[in-house]
Design a protein around this ligand. Structure first.
Ligand SMILES: [Mg+2]
Length: 225
């Protein structure tokens, strides 16, 4: 019997790509940089690559902040100090939270049936603020994030910290919902808990991935939990 649900935040409950787009447009305006259609896809591609490096232990979050916007600007041909832009971008992102369709409805539903907690690779204060302004926070029993725990998903120590806090609920009574195969699903698989993949783009399930269920829209979670 399932008693607790761990749910990822970025690109599971909150649309990180839309939130990031809104934040970068605001910063471009502030610094007089022309915001073009290439900004969001270029940023997403580079940001995803950098986060994959972080998950593999090849880069730190601090390192990402140092190089992220300079890398994006090099590709876009923008002549501006990326580290200055990064600071403004993080502060704009702090106050931007655009929910994914059905997010609020599903947290209400899940919190009525289970102990509901978020589990994300994120900066604690920023995540708390974004969960608050999106209306999700009141439905959560715990907010687990990598900054507070000290390690990131998919490191099993991240999940061990969640399990300790959720005790006496046992591992086989916990399910994780997330969009990332590398951070969420592989973390759940290695830690021995059930995994629900939020497969928004309807990608094929790779071999070796152990899923309790896959959904392409948040509302479909009601069919499996
Ligand atoms: Mg995510």
């Amino acid at each position: 019997m399932i008693k607790a649900v761990l749910i990822d935040v970025d690109n599971t409950l909150l649309d990180f790509n839309l939130s990031a787009g809104a934040a970068m447009e605001k910063c471009c305006e502030r610094f007089g940089i022309t915001f073009t259609a290439e900004f969001v896809p270029t940023f997403i591609r580079i940001n995803d690559g950098l986060w994959a490096k972080i998950e593999r232990g090849e880069l730190t979050v601090e390192g990402l902040h140092e190089i992220r916007w300079n890398t994006v600007f090099a590709v876009l041909g923008v002549n501006f100090d990326g580290r200055i832009f990064e600071k403004a971008f993080l502060s704009a992102l702090f106050d931007t939270a655009i929910p994914i369709e059905g997010a609020l409805d599903i947290v209400k539903y899940l919190s009525g049936k289970y102990v509901l907690c978020t589990a994300s690779n994120a900066v604690h204060a920023q995540q708390m603020n974004r969960l608050k302004i999106s209306g999700i926070l009141p439905y959560l029993s715990h907010v687990f994030d990598s900054e507070q725990i000290g390690v990131k998903k998919p490191d099993p120590r991240f999940f061990d910290a969640c399990f300790n806090a959720l005790s006496p609920i046992k591992k086989d009574e916990i399910v994780l919902i997330g969009d990332s195969l590398s951070a969420d699903i592989s973390g759940a698989n290695v830690s021995g808990i059930k995994a629900v993949w939020f497969n928004r783009l309807n990608k094929e399930t790779p071999a070796g991935v152990d899923l309790f269920a896959a959904v392409s829209a948040l509302g479909e979670i009601k069919n499996v939990l």
